[in-house]
Design a protein around this ligand. Structure first.
Ligand SMILES: Cc1ncc(COP(=O)(O)O)c(C=O)c1O
Length: 411
């Protein structure tokens, strides 16, 4: 008899988890207000709703300034440009992240130098950061991945010792705090995405946070076609239009009001999930670092032991969980498997300087490769917004798929 839903059996869960993004009359009223006002765009920058969101989000995370723009990729490009980083410079990034983290230094004209992640958080390994520093290194871009934060004590100590800037990629970390300081407020800049799947969203959008007045001014200028933002209106930058429109900003103002309660709910459910799923054989939980003092996450990441799942890939295990009604994804391959770095698809290797450092044949990231190719299962945020039953279903599905793994297709 076929037990697994992927093979035609009955799924653990037949009713879907709460959808995301979600909204009601509050979002509709805010957007209607923008439409009636006639001020739909993001110019003058920041707009009325844009400015309101910048202030409230920066306050929530603990930064002096927020700079709202059109996505969480150009945020990092703008941060690097505002820091004066570009051609000939190197920026150290982790091997396990979304392509945007590598794209940003390239877009700023710099070389992303990729290092492996730690086995217990899958965030950037500080020892490898230190080993990768050269006279050309100008910045470190840690990514707070899934439910984790990178070891910001070590990263900041290394950055201070070597005079490097730090841009935190917080696309997954809205709300997190490290030893009482908000994610994105520890380094020079924090970069956040407000794309649809993210936990503080308007469909598309991105924020930079900083407490440095000059950096904030430069970032505002860079996203507003280079317009001067200083008191004398003299300091132009070589900027472009990366502004976010007011329709999106209005959605963010409401999203921010809803955010603290949603965050607390996910964190509570996350703890329960961690406790229960740890009892399933063949899975490894990676408890969050105790220095994370306010826990907030985008995805909860679990590592499977492929042997305990009859040698099946994490890809097949995720497909089986999806069929059981549990939203789960593999997410990121190790950076050397990204198409961006495949010579047949990218012109990057044509550039002599980039070629040696970005040759996928010579890159080796054992921890990220094991995670991305075999072990990673990311549980989506909505699993953690349906109370105890939502968590019990997810745990039951993991246990069921593990028990019946030998029935899964090879792949
Ligand atoms: C780690 C990470 N960084 C950056 C981004 C880019 O954000 P956006 O899609 O808003 O450009 C994402 C989005 O998926 C991400 O996951």
């Amino acid at each position: 008899m076929n037990e697994l839903a992927l093979n035609g059996g009955t799924p653990v869960r037949s009713n879907p988890y709460p959808s995301w993004p979600s909204g009601d009359d509050r979002e509709i009223d805010a957007v209607a207000d923008v439409i009636r006002s006639g001020d739909w765009g993001g110019y003058p920058e920041p707009g009325r709703y844009g400015g309101r969101f910048e202030t409230s989000f920066a306050e929530y995370q603990g930064a002096k300034h927020g700079i709202l723009m059109s996505n969480g990729t150009i945020t990092m490009e703008v941060a690097l440009k505002a820091l004066g980083i570009g051609w000939g410079d190197e920026v150290i990034i982790p091997a396990l992240t979304f392509a945007a983290t590598a794209y940003a230094p390239i877009a700023a004209g710099a070389l992303p130098v990729i290092v492996d992640v730690t086995p217990d958080t899958w965030c950037i390994d500080p020892d490898l950061v230190e080993a990768a520093i050269t006279p050309k290194t100008k910045a470190i871009m840690p990514v707070h991945l899934g439910h984790h934060m990178a070891d910001m004590d070590r990263i900041m100590a290394i950055a201070t010792n070597h005079g490097l800037a730090v841009v935190e990629d917080c696309a997954h970390a809205h709300g997190q705090q490290w030893q009482g300081t908000g994610a994105g407020c520890i380094g020079d800049f924090g970069s956040f995405s407000h794309q649809s799947s993210k936990i503080l969203t308007s469909g598309e959008g991105g924020s930079l946070l900083t407490s440095d007045d000059d950096l904030a001014q430069r970032a505002h200028s860079l996203i507003d076609c280079g317009r001067a933002k200083d008191a004398d209106e003299k300091q132009y930058t070589f900027g472009a239009n990366y502004r976010l429109g007011e329709l999106h900003a209005a959605l963010l103002v409401v999203a921010m009001e809803r955010f603290p309660a949603q965050q607390a709910q996910r964190a509570e459910s996350g703890k329960l999930f961690e406790e229960l799923v740890a009892q399933v054989s063949g899975v490894r939980t990676m408890p969050v670092d105790p220095r994370v003092t306010r826990w907030s996450f985008y995805n909860y990441i679990l590592a499977i032991d492929p042997e305990a799942f009859a040698g099946r890939t994490n890809e097949i295990v995720c497909a089986a969980l999806e069929a059981e009604g549990i939203p789960a994804e593999v997410q990121y391959p190790s950076m050397n498997h990204y198409e961006l770095f495949q010579p047949s698809l990218s012109r990057l290797p044509v550039c002599v300087e980039f070629a040696a450092r970005l040759d996928p044949q010579t890159m080796s990231f054992p921890v990220a490769e094991a995670a991305g190719q075999r072990e990673s299962v990311y549980f989506m945020e909505n699993v953690f917004r349906d109370g105890t039953k939502g968590i019990e279903d997810a745990v039951e599905a993991v246990a069921k798929v593990q028990r019946h793994a030998a029935e899964l297709p090879q792949g």
